[in-house]
Ligand binder design. Structure first.
Ligand code: PFF
Length: 450
């Protein structure tokens, strides 16, 4: 393991970490979860959780990986104790589950590129178009497999140059595209009420579930709680500044989520569509806005291509979690590890993609009477249960087992500002005491224990 690959520059690391963080979670998941949870109040809770819990967790994960120079299982094996390997196992499980439903949506994105190019997505009933496509048995599966194969090809080709290079160009371009879309969205007639819904907090809608949803969203969006950032951390060199890397990643992530919301909500309100319609939200609303723009088909194609690339720079970080384990722990080649992982994910992914078709009879009914299909169950289980649980255990691990000296040392490398060094005790206090308590409270409250 001595000749492990490393990222080559600070910007490259931030681009890769932000590439993992920024993805479907920001543009597809964030607006619809915010829409289901009251809009503005959700936004505030989400930002607070990202800054207070997310950034210290991001640092903690990266420092474990960098310290151990190993994958999500190998790191805990190396740093001990033996029982901590359970954190790695939770991470692996989450990586599989997320990939399974993430690739469903990645597949939808590819279909929308195709449908934007040939124009079939325009001049239609957007909602029906989406439902007809999603509930079809063949096309979504085909696109899902294409998505996973694309992800696998990048991982096969060596992550370093692929991810680093691709993220460096794509993330800024995505932000630019989003800004153009925001301008169009907020100038639509009636857009103001959408901006209000998104920006004006209505705390009367806030319940225990809102906090759990915001925490799940924050963890999902930052790719934390399951070892993706730990794995990337293991490719970060000793002299890099983890404070800067994790803060920049989190800020980019928040920024893109806000831009995403500023595109979706004004558009929705302008077209009188409901903000709480769930996973289909952007696939129903965005074509509507593109149709209103000059060169709409072109914009639509570019947007979905960028969304695809943003999602692939996230899915590679998920696949890499599993591949790194197989490669380093079982000493399989990168090729064998990648192929076998991809096949397993495709098998699991079929269940998510056919949730509304072949497997529509499998669902759970929530307390509020909504049906949760396999797709939703994978999402809920990973985002709202496994990631917070993984995050909780990682914080406890770093705060109570790795201890202060290692924590301080890891947060000192590459730091030249006294102010940053002075923050270390505060961050450590958050990791050791505040985060575990807050995560536990939100979690128990959210699942209705009290
Ligand atoms: N953060 C990604 C997104 O927001 O789309 C999703 C994700 C990637 C979650 C990697 C977890 C992960 F390990």
């Amino acid at each position: 393991m001595s000749n492990r690959e490393n990222f080559t520059s600070t910007f490259g690391i931030i681009a890769a970490a932000a590439g993992s963080a920024v993805g479907l979670g920001n543009i597809w998941r964030f607006p619809y979860v915010a829409g289901q949870n009251g809009g503005g109040a959700f936004l505030i809770i989400y930002i607070l959780i990202v800054l207070i819990l997310g950034v210290p967790l991001l640092m903690s994960e990266m420092m474990i990986g960098r310290r151990a120079q190993a994958n999500v299982i190998g790191s805990f094996k190396k740093l001990g104790p033996k029982s901590s390997i359970i954190i790695g196992i939770i991470g692996l499980l989450a990586a599989f589950l997320i990939l399974a439903f993430y690739s469903t949506v990645g597949g939808w994105t590819i279909h929308y590129i195709y449908a934007s190019i040939n124009g079939e997505v325009f001049h239609t009933d957007y909602q029906n178009y989406f439902f007809n496509f999603k509930d079809n048995s063949f096309l979504p599966l085909l696109w899902q497999i294409v998505f996973l194969v694309l992800t696998a090809v990048i991982i096969l080709g060596g992550v370093k140059k692929g991810i680093e290079k691709c993220s460096k160009i794509m993330i800024p371009t995505l932000v630019l595209m989003l800004i153009i879309l925001v301008i169009r969205a907020v100038t639509l007639p009636g857009a103001g009420s959408g901006v209000n819904f998104f920006m004006k907090p209505d705390f009367s809608k806030v319940t225990g579930t809102t906090f759990l949803a915001a925490m799940g969203q924050a963890f999902f969006s930052l790719s934390i709680g399951m070892g993706a950032m730990l794995t990337y951390g293991s490719y970060i060199q000793k002299n890099e500044n983890l404070n800067f890397i994790s803060t920049s990643t989190a800020i980019t992530d928040i920024m893109v989520a806000i831009l995403g919301g500023l595109v979706i909500f004004p558009t929705l309100f302008s077209f009188n569509a409901a903000p709480d319609q769930g996973p289909g939200l952007i696939f129903v609303t965005l074509p509507a806005i593109f149709e209103q723009m000059p060169w709409g088909a072109g914009f639509s194609t570019i947007f979905f291509v960028l969304l695809l690339i943003a999602s692939i720079s996230s899915s590679i970080s998920l696949l890499e979690v599993i591949v790194a384990v197989l490669k380093e722990e079982l000493r399989w080649s990168r090729t064998l590890s990648t192929i076998l992982t991809t096949i397993s994910v495709i098998i699991l992914g079929v269940f998510a993609t056919l949730s509304w078709n072949t497997f529509q009879n499998i669902f759970l009914t929530t307390a509020s009477g909504n049906k949760m299909y396999i797709f939703d169950i994978f999402d809920y289980l990973s985002s709202n249960i496994l990631l917070p649980l993984g995050g909780l255990l990682i914080m406890i691990y770093v705060g109570w087992y790795l201890k202060k000296d290692i924590f301080y040392e890891e947060l000192s490398s590459g730091v030249h500002k006294k102010f940053t060094l002075a923050l270390r005790p505060i961050i450590f206090f958050i990791v050791k005491y505040i985060s575990p308590i807050v995560i536990l409270l939100i979690f128990l409250n959210g699942i209705g224990v009290f």
